[in-house]
Design a protein around this ligand. Sequence first.
Ligand code: URP
Ligand code: ZN
Ligand code: ZN
Length: 459
Amino acid sequence: MELIVKNGTVATAADVYRADVGVAGGRVVAIGESLAPTNGTRVIDAAGRYVLPGGVDTHTHLDMPFGGTVTADDWASGTLAAACGGTTAIVDFCIPAKGQSLADALGIWHAKAAGKAAIDYGFHSVIVEMPDAIYEELPGLPGHGVTSFKLFMAYKGALMSDDWTLVRALKQAKAAGALVMVHAENGDAVYLLQNELIAAGRTAPKYHATSRPPRVEAEATARAIALAETIGAPLYVVHVSCGEALEEIERARARGVRVLAETCTQYLYFTEADLDRPDFEGAKWVFTPPLRPPHNRDLLWRALANGALQAVTSDQCSFNFKGQKELGRDDFTKIPNGGPGIEERLTMVYQGVNERKITLNRFVELVATGPARIFGLYPRKGTIAVGSDADLVVWNPEAEATITNGQLHHRVDYSLYEGMKVRGRPETVTLRGEVIVEGGRFVGAPGRGQFQPRAAFGG
Ligand code: URP
Ligand code: ZN
Ligand code: ZN
């Protein structure tokens, strides 16, 4: 064996037990008591630590043009930051330019990632319009390892797609074994409210929330579900932010609709009040859907605990405060939507274990196993089992830290979590058996990440 992680407590979505983990050829080859090293075996002592599967973040936007600018983090900085936070695989959104084929867009996203990615990766194909050429292209995408299609029901005039596009995507996804994901907000209603607010001189960041009330999210969630139900296709709802949308999801599930959903770390910590921070600082918290009244945080934690939500992703979409968020100083609709969080995700969700909001198994399920399973990466990713990729995180549950942007590895000038005290940190991270983070320091290399073709949606 090339590597043995010894004396740790292995935690998966199902179990917590003391065992050594042996690695050869980039995979887990043995899990057991007192595994014996041979000549040349590297041994990592994980006494007093958990050994977790590497995090899987299935909602990231790296090197993405958006809101009149481009995300601050590219595939080098974004994946390096992810690794330092304990994430070993991401699935990023590949967005075609107007009139571009999905295959050409995938070629561009492959080029963005190649030579830069420090962890493994895949792509979701974004569908904005549905001319016949795109419709006919969809069945071929699983052959390229892309088994999820993403549609935005908001961002009118930019990424927003109409219901015709959505029903056709659902139909093709069903036939191809792919999963349709939706950003669920009624983009027309948002557009109307935005125009009214700006005309009334309400230009500050806090009006971002006013322009996108919970009902706008709930309406689109219910509509997407109804259309998926009509077609008989499964559906995945991204970044659920509020109780109103959750209600629609739970109601649909109760009548037998196959609907899966995630929330993102930031909705578990912040509220609409953060949008009103002084000196335009609220712009840092401008992401979509917007932050909500405080009771929604409890609803989301509860939904994570009871299974109503299946994943926590980062929705990493970083823009610098200086020069990028500032584009909207006089008009909140011009603030690029999105925030950083790819590195903080595991640590911040783990605080829910400390606070007994979720169990350790549920934590692993939400940040690794669930997203891997839903998006066709499991059991290669998302668990620790013989035959799985040796993507391992040695997690120190007692390590304490205060989050400061200077210690993070992303390439953006703030962290949403600045100054927060946390307990529980990733110490060592392996990617297919190769140590890429040691003592919290990145020791991997850009370009070591590999594209991961994903299996069909398994239900
Ligand atoms: O504000 C956000 N969430 N930006 C990224 C794009 C999206 O809607 O996911
Ligand atoms: Zn979105
Ligand atoms: Zn997103």
